[in-house]
Design a binder for this molecule. Sequence first.
Ligand code: OSB
Ligand code: MG
Length: 378
Amino acid sequence: MNKLTPAELALLPKLDRIELITVRLPFVQPFATSVHSWAVKEALLLRIESGGVVGWGECVADPDPYYSYETTQTARHIFKDFLLPQVEAGISFAELGERLRPVRGHGMAKAMLENALLDLVARQRGVPLHELLGWPGRRIQSGISIGIKDSIPELLSAVEEALRRPYHRIKVKIMRGKDVAWLRALRAEFPQIALMADANGDYRIEDAPLLRELDAFNLTMIEQPLSYSDIVQHAALQRELATSLCLDESIHDLDDARAALSLDACRIINIKQGRVGGLLESLRIAAFCHERGVGVWSGGMDETGIGRAFNLHLQAAAGFTLPGDTSETSRYFAEDIVAPGVVLADDGFIEMPTGPGIGVQVLEDRVKRYELERERLS
Ligand code: OSB
Ligand code: MG
């Protein structure tokens, strides 16, 4: 067992009030993957209070199971019936992790709980979250994930607009039928940019010859080309491609990351703290990859400003050497539930919030405005 970190040793405070809040924010424009298109962000939030200090967590599950089997409803059920009963004042985050271990999977529900507790403890100590996690703040690289478009010209203009911000790297979603020709057109127009593609599992191993054609486009990586549940076939595919593979959906915890690297199923991992059970497991995965020279980056789940702030703080850690999917707030929402929003500096970098906890202010009147449901649990 590795030495525990200060955050893992931190103790849970007594909670005076616990609420689950569902919010629904319209997206500025719909976001489409190979699997589904979302027009609104529906998110389950956790609000906890201790001695007048408030901590927030965001569950990255959607109301539907089109990215993961978890949904806002499964997260609510697992949280109320299995996770919350394990929370006890005075135990450490490490002890909480041990108590939650028998609950198989449901990393999104677990991350929401851990998020809120870490934010609360950091706010009580008056330190930024990244400091509680043991890392000095830094400016981070930006990246953008551009959804599936109806036509190649639409994709070209979306990329052009993103380059003007300027984002450090561009990720485009691909799917069967919107792949080789689309990337060829992009490369012809933008020969030099850092470009990658995310298939969200749309291909099968039989598509290896088609995917090999993507080697011509000098992509920094291809993200999750094969099934969300597969690691072995990704290893077979990686042997056939010059381009690095990156796994997203297939990685739920450190053990999955170990399996993927030992099988050479990918050369890069997309760490979404909201998918792998929270920030502490994310840091374990990042450290494991860093020791092996494997790059990681922070993905996103189109979070509200709450979840986005957690993703920012995570990227203070060593190992996050690649630009992630952390984009400007205005790209997702006309109005967010936190202030300030994420903006790019002129050089495309993003500043890490410096205030206590996640370092952004949650605007409770806005939360109320976008609220669908609020359930008080204590
Ligand atoms: O596969 O990384 C993905 C959004 C929702 C579900 C899955 C994915 C994404 C993104 C967008 O790519 C990331 C973001 O902008 O937050
Ligand atoms: Mg992805």
